[in-house]
Design a protein around this ligand. Structure first.
Ligand code: GLY
Length: 386
C-alpha cells in the first residue's frame, strides 16, 4: 500500500493548519461572537456503529479507541476518525466495509464513503469506487485536494490512482467469495446449482427464488451465514475534541449483492453523514434508501440546532422516515419492515444511538460504540418502536 493510503502529506497538514488559523482570524476580525464561542472546551468523545468496537484487524485497538487516542493526543479530529475506520475497512473479517465487503450482484466489491470536517467546513465523498481498500481516505483527498464533494465509479478510481492510492483488481476475500457463491446458488439455482441441494429442488423452488435477492440475503442472515447487521453494513464514526472541533466519516461496501451501480446513503452528504461544527454530527447505518429519501442525518443535526438533545434529534428523524415509507415496506401492523440507525453526537459531547428497533426480533439488545475518558465500550441503542 502506498504512503498516501496511510499518512497525510505535509502539504495537507499545512493546509489544515492554514485553514483553521484563517477561519479563526477572520471570525475574530469580524467580531463574530457566537462563532468564536464554538471554540470553548468540549468533552472529547468518539462514537460509532457497533462494529467500531469489534474489529481490530489483528491489532490491539478498535476504531473508537484509536480515534479517541489520536484525537486526544492532538491529531486533527477527522484524521483521527479516519485512522479509526481504516481498521474496519482493512479488516477482512468485517464484511460490511472496505476490503472483504460483500460484493454487488456481479461479484464486484464497490465502496462508498464520505467525510465532513466541521471547523474547516470541508467535505468529500466517493461512490461505487472499486479497487481501493480505504475509500474514507480517498473521500478525504476529494475534500482536501479538489473543488468537488463527490466523485464516482471510474472517475473516483482514476482520481485515487492519480493521488497515489494502490488500486487492486479485486477486494474480495475467500470469505466474501464463498458468501457470494452461496447467494448466487440460492437466487439462481438453475445456473449455480448447489451440489448438496440440487437433487431436492423443484421448478417451483427455482421460480420462487428468482427476483428475490433481498429475501435470500435475509434467509442467509436467518441461517447464520451472514451478520444481519451487515446486509446494509456500514461504519459511521463521529468525534469532538476538547476544542469543540466536530468531524465525521461514514464508509461502507453498501447493500450486499446490490444491483451493480446502486449507491446508498453512505457517500451522500446529509444522508449517510452530516456535520455542523456549531451543533454536532450525525451518521447512519441501515437501509440507505430510507435515509436517502429523507436526508435524515441533515435533519438530525437541524434538530440539534433547534436545541433537541441527541436522542430526541435522532427519534425525530426516525419518525420522519416512518411517515415517508411506502406501504410495501411496512409490516402488517404498520411498522417498518427494515431498520435505520443514527449515531448522534452533540458538540458538548452528549451522544445517543437510536433505531426503529433497539432490540432484535429475538430480543437481543443492539448497541453502538463509544470511547471517552472512561475508555471504549458498547452502549445500548434506543429503539423508537422497541
Ligand atoms: N446504509 C448503507 C447502505 O444502504 O448502503
Amino acid at each position: 500500500m502506498s504512503n498516501t493510503n496511510n499518512d497525510r502529506s505535509p502539504l495537507l497538514d499545512r493546509r489544515t493548519f492554514l485553514g483553521v488559523s484563517t477561519t479563526i482570524g477572520a471570525m475574530a476580525a469580524a467580531g463574530v461572537g457566537p462563532a468564536i464561542a464554538q471554540f470553548r472546551a468540549s468533552r472529547p468523545v468518539v462514537i460509532s456503529s457497533a462494529n467500531g468496537f469489534v474489529a481490530t484487524n489483528g491489532g490491539s485497538e478498535t476504531c473508537v479507541e484509536r480515534a479517541y487516542r489520536l484525537m486526544t493526543e492532538g491529531t486533527d479530529v477527522l484524521d483521527a476518525l479516519i485512522a479509526g475506520v481504516n481498521i474496519v475497512e482493512l479488516d477482512p473479517e468485517d464484511s460490511s466495509v472496505g476490503y472483504g465487503g460483500l460484493p454487488d450482484a456481479e461479484g464486484h466489491v464497490t465502496l462508498d464513503s464520505c467525510c465532513m470536517h466541521g471547523p474547516l467546513k470541508r467535505a468529500g465523498g466517493v461512490a461505487a469506487l472499486q479497487g481501493v481498500r480505504t475509500p474514507s481516505l480517498v473521500a478525504r483527498a476529494v475534500a482536501d485536494l479538489t473543488d468537488h464533494h463527490l466523485l464516482v465509479d471510474r472517475g473516483a478510481q482514476d482520481f485515487a490512482r492519480q493521488m497515489g492510492f494502490t488500486i487492486e483488481d479485486d477486494l474480495n476475500t475467500d470469505l466474501s467469495r464463498r458468501r457470494y457463491l452461496e447467494w448466487r446458488r440460492r437466487i439462481d439455482p438453475a445456473h449455480y446449482p448447489d451440489p448438496q441441494r440440487q437433487a431436492n429442488l423443484t421448478p417451483a423452488d427455482i421460480n420462487r427464488f428468482s427476483n428475490a435477492s433481498l429475501k435470500v440475503a435475509e434467509q442467509m442472515a436467518a441461517d447464520g451465514l451472514i451478520d444481519p447487521e451487515h446486509l446494509f453494513g456500514t461504519i459511521n464514526c463521529n468525534g469532538v475534541n476538547r476544542n469543540g472541533d466536530v468531524c465525521g466519516v461514514t464508509t461502507t461496501s453498501g447493500l450486499a449483492w446490490k444491483i451493480p451501480g446502486r449507491v446508498g446513503d453512505s457517500p451522500i452528504l446529509g444522508a449517510g453523514l452530516y456535520v455542523h461544527n456549531d451543533f454536532g454530527a450525525a451518521g447512519s447505518t441501515g437501509r440507505g434508501e430510507a435515509n436517502l429519501y429523507n436526508l435524515a442525518s441533515f435533519l438530525v443535526v437541524e434538530e440539534l440546532r433547534r436545541g433537541a438533545d441527541p436522542k430526541d434529534a435522532g427519534m425525530a428523524a426516525l419518525r420522519r422516515i416512518w411517515e415517508n415509507t411506502e406501504r410495501r415496506l411496512l409490516l402488517d401492523n404498520g411498522e417498518p419492515a427494515f431498520d435505520v440507525n443514527f449515531y448522534v453526537l452533540g458538540k458538548d459531547g452528549r451522544h445517543a444511538g437510536v433505531a426503529f428497533y433497539g432490540t432484535s426480533a429475538s430480543g437481543n439488545q443492539r448497541n453502538y460504540a463509544v470511547c471517552d475518558e472512561n475508555g471504549g465500550r458498547h452502549e445500548p441503542i434506543e429503539g423508537l418502536i422497541r
